[in-house]
Every structure is written in structure tokens, then in C-alpha cells.
Ligand binder design. Structure first.
Ligand code: CAA
Length: 381
């Protein structure tokens, strides 16, 4: 077991940290308050290799591995969770196309995602009535000659109004989970309409929209993977995606702890810094221990993915623990700040709002528990 970071991992972490602190963090409050989609940040992140951290260099990625990816997401999320979620989904789409795409698909779409030319990638799986159970989705794709005609709608699509490349799931037969297939769709395709952006509690700089497909046609060369394999592609992508969301939760949790320590040292009550009270010290001790535990779980899952070992259970454990940790830690951070934690003069109210969705998207905590329990029972034979 080696806890030291490699040179590559340090380089990616430090690149992400510098960019996050100097460029992203100063705008984070405005990004949230004014719901500014961070398109320019994504272009710059493309130049820095942060949109394809675990993508082979021949397709425009940094080829730096999954642990590097987790380190980079933590840095971005500590600065601005809104910016980090689009980064996560773009990396996830680029990796999925690399894993299952034809050579032509990889050459056409992956460099656009990694460079920032596409601004972002979207992962269009969920529907209004099919979130935890994506196999119940009803968007359908019908083959007409050498074209697929797609009809239906998607919900909660991150970066949907801006993403140049979208991965879209649609039903190609009625065979339940085995009837789903996966398609590559470009922004501006006739028949694709972007719905009204959601007015969210947190991650307000991230764009979340419904997509509507009305006789949207794509060529047969846009089928990603084999017909009927869409559900498995989604599960494989989400295993990796959950490492990303776990990293995001670690980053937000870390930022909340740092803000709390600063405040606890500055703020005085009863003639002493409030950080001298044992009640706060115990809170800070628990927050830090839980945040570090989440990082260890996250790096373990990332490292297993990097070594191409099965990591479904570990990714779900990291995502479950880290997302619940960030909610607890951010809640404590608000408590430590007292009244100041409840207004936007300090960043902790934003952290708490941003953390809230982490136990919901890319699989709720309840779904993670289902996945973990199934894997535990399966392993027992
Ligand atoms: N890797 C590879 N294959 C997998 C897999 C995995 N991790 N998990 C399941 N599969 C395979 C199974 O082996 C099975 O294959 P066979 O039929 O050949 O045996 C097939 O997929 C069906 O699996 P299940 O029977 O386990 O499927 P299920 O219907 O019981 O569902 C589930 C399992 C884990 C609950 C799954 O539906 C799930 O993960 N749901 C949550 C969905 C989710 O996370 N949505 C998030 C939306 S995306 C998002 O939030 C992105 C964003 O923008 C931020």
C-alpha cells in the first residue's frame, strides 16, 4: 500500500489547484448567485488537460489516470462545485466513448470533449419518470434505413444547453434493461429542443435542463456500443462517475472545514476564540476525520479502477460515504458560523446547498446501498 502521490498525480493536482484557486474560486460566489454557466472555465480546463484526465493522449486526454482525476476534481470542487460537476460529466462522457466507441467515434468526439471545443459533455440517461430505474426509460429510437429516429425526452441533464456532445440513451426494443441503446448526439441536431433550465437549490452555476427529441435523426454510425448494450454502458460509466461525485463531495467538505477553521480562529465569544471551546474542537475533529475517511475510500476506488480491477462496490461505498459526509460537514460548518453561516457573506451556506444533491445524483444513497449490498452478498458466494 502506497500513500505517496506519483509525479504525474502531483502535477495534475497542483495544476488543478492553481487554476481552481486563482481563476475559479474568485468567481464562485457570482457563478452561484447569478447562475453563470462557466463555459470559459471549461475552455481553459481543456487547455490544462482537466476535461480528459484519464483519457489516452492520442484522443486529446492527459492520460494521467483515475487517481489524478479524483485529485483534480477535489481541487475544482473545493473552489466551485458548480464548475466541478460539468467537469465530471465531461470526463465521464469522454471516457465512455473511449471505452466503447468505434475508432471513428473516438476520433470525432473525444478530442472535442477533452480540448473544451465542445464546452462540455452531457450524459442523457434520466427521464422524468425513470431516474433510479433507468431501465424504465421510454425515449425510443427506431431504425429507418441507415438512420435512427429518436423521440421522447430526458430530465436533469447537466450542461444540456451548452454541451457540444451528448450521450443519449433510448429504447431500441421492449426488452427492459436489455432494450436500451446509447447514441452520440451533437448540439443543434434538428429535432432536439432544450427545455427551461431548472431553478435549483444549489449548483446554480451548473446548467440542468430537460431535453426533448421530436423525430431527431442520427446516422447509424452514432450508435455507441452494440444495440441493446445501453444499460450496461450506463452502469459502467456510472461506476466511474461515482468516483467523480465522491471526489466532488470530498472537495466541498474540505472547503467547509477550511472555512470553519478560519472562522473559529477569528470569531471571539466569552473572551476567547470560539475555536478554543471544546464543543467546536470536537466538531472540527469529527469533520476532518470523516472528510479524510471519504478521501481514502475515494482514492481506493480510483486506484482500483486505474488498475482495471472490479470497483463497483468500492465506487458506491466512496460515493455513499463521501456524499453523506459532505452534507454532515457542511451542516456543521454552518453551525460553527452561527448566524453568519446562514447568509451569503460566508461561503458555507453555498457549500451546504451544493452538497445536498450529492446524495441524489449519479445514484441516490439508497441506490448505492442496493449496489453495495448486492456486491457483498455476491462475494460471499
Ligand atoms: N457494471 C457492468 N454491468 C452492470 C453493472 C455494472 N456496475 N451493474 C449492473 N450491470 C449489468 C448486470 O450484470 C446485468 O447484466 P445481465 O442482464 O447480462 O445479467 C444488467 O446490467 C442489469 O443489471 P441489474 O439486474 O442489476 O439491473 P437493475 O435494474 O436491478 O438496476 C441498479 C441496478 C444498480 C439499481 C441501477 O438501475 C442503477 O444504478 N440505478 C441508478 C441510476 C443512476 O445512478 N442514475 C443517475 C443518473 S446520471 C446523473 O446523475 C448524471 C449527472 O448529470 C450528474
Amino acid at each position: 500500500m502506497n500513500f505517496e502521490l506519483s509525479e504525474t498525480q502531483l502535477l495534475i493536482r497542483d495544476t488543478a489547484r492553481k487554476f481552481a484557486r486563482e481563476v475559479v474560486a474568485p468567481k464562485a460566489r457570482q457563478t452561484d448567485r447569478e447562475e453563470i454557466f462557466p463555459a470559459e472555465a471549461y475552455r481553459q480546463m481543456g487547455e490544462l488537460g482537466l476535461l480528459g484526465v484519464n483519457v489516452p493522449a492520442e484522443y486529446g486526454g492527459a492520460e494521467a489516470g483515475v487517481v489524478s482525476y479524483a485529485l483534480a476534481v477535489i481541487e475544482l470542487a473545493a473552489a466551485c462545485a458548480s464548475t466541478s460537476v460539468g467537469m465530471c460529466v465531461t470526463n465521464m462522457c469522454a471516457e465512455l466513448i473511449c471505452q466503447f466507441g468505434s475508432e471513428a467515434q473516438k476520433k470525432r468526439f473525444v478530442p472535442k470533449l477533452c480540448s473544451g471545443e465542445a464546452i462540455a459533455g452531457s450524459f442523457a440517461l434520466s427521464e422524468a419518470h425513470a431516474g433510479s430505474d433507468p431501465g424504465a426509460g421510454s425515449t425510443n429510437a427506431v431504425k429507418k434505413g441507415d438512420r435512427w429516429v429518436i423521440n421522447g425526452s430526458k430530465q436533469w441533464i447537466t450542461s444540456g444547453a451548452y454541451a457540444g456532445v451528448m450521450v443519449v440513451w433510448a429504447r431500441t426494443s421492449n426488452a427492459g434493461n436489455k432494450g436500451l441503446s446509447c447514441f452520440l448526439v451533437e448540439q443543434g441536431t434538428p429535432g432536439l429542443t432544450i427545455g427551461k433550465a431548472e431553478d435549483k437549490m444549489g449548483l446554480r452555476g451548473s446548467n440542468t435542463v430537460p431535453l426533448v427529441f421530436e423525430n431527431m435523426e442520427v446516422g447509424e454510425d452514432r450508435l455507441l456500443g452494440r444495440e441493446g448494450d445501453g444499460f450496461k454502458l450506463a452502469m459502467v460509466a456510472l461506476d466511474g462517475g461515482r468516483v467523480g461525485i465522491a471526489s466532488q463531495a470530498c472537495g466541498v467538505g474540505r472547503a467547509a472545514i477550511e472555512a470553519s477553521v478560519r472562522y473559529a480562529k477569528d470569531r471571539h465569544a466569552f473572551g476567547q476564540p470560539i475555536g478554543d471551546f471544546q464543543a467546536l474542537r470536537f466538531m472540527l475533529a469529527d469533520m476532518t476525520t470523516q472528510q479524510q475517511t471519504a478521501e481514502l475510500l475515494t482514492f481506493r476506488a480510483a486506484s482500483m479502477k486505474e488498475k482495471k480491477q472490479p470497483f463497483t462496490r468500492e465506487a458506491s461505498m466512496a460515493k455513499l460515504y463521501a456524499s453523506e459526509m459532505s452534507n454532515r460537514v457542511c451542516d456543521h460548518a454552518v453551525q460553527i458560523h452561527g448566524g453568519y453561516g446562514y447568509i451569503d457573506e460566508f461561503p458555507v451556506e453555498r457549500y451546504l446547498r451544493d452538497a445536498r444533491v450529492q446524495t441524489i445524483y449519479e445514484g441516490t444513497s439508497e441506490i448505492q446501498r442496493i449496489v453495495i449490498a448486492r456486491e457483498v452478498i455476491k462475494a460471499a458466494g
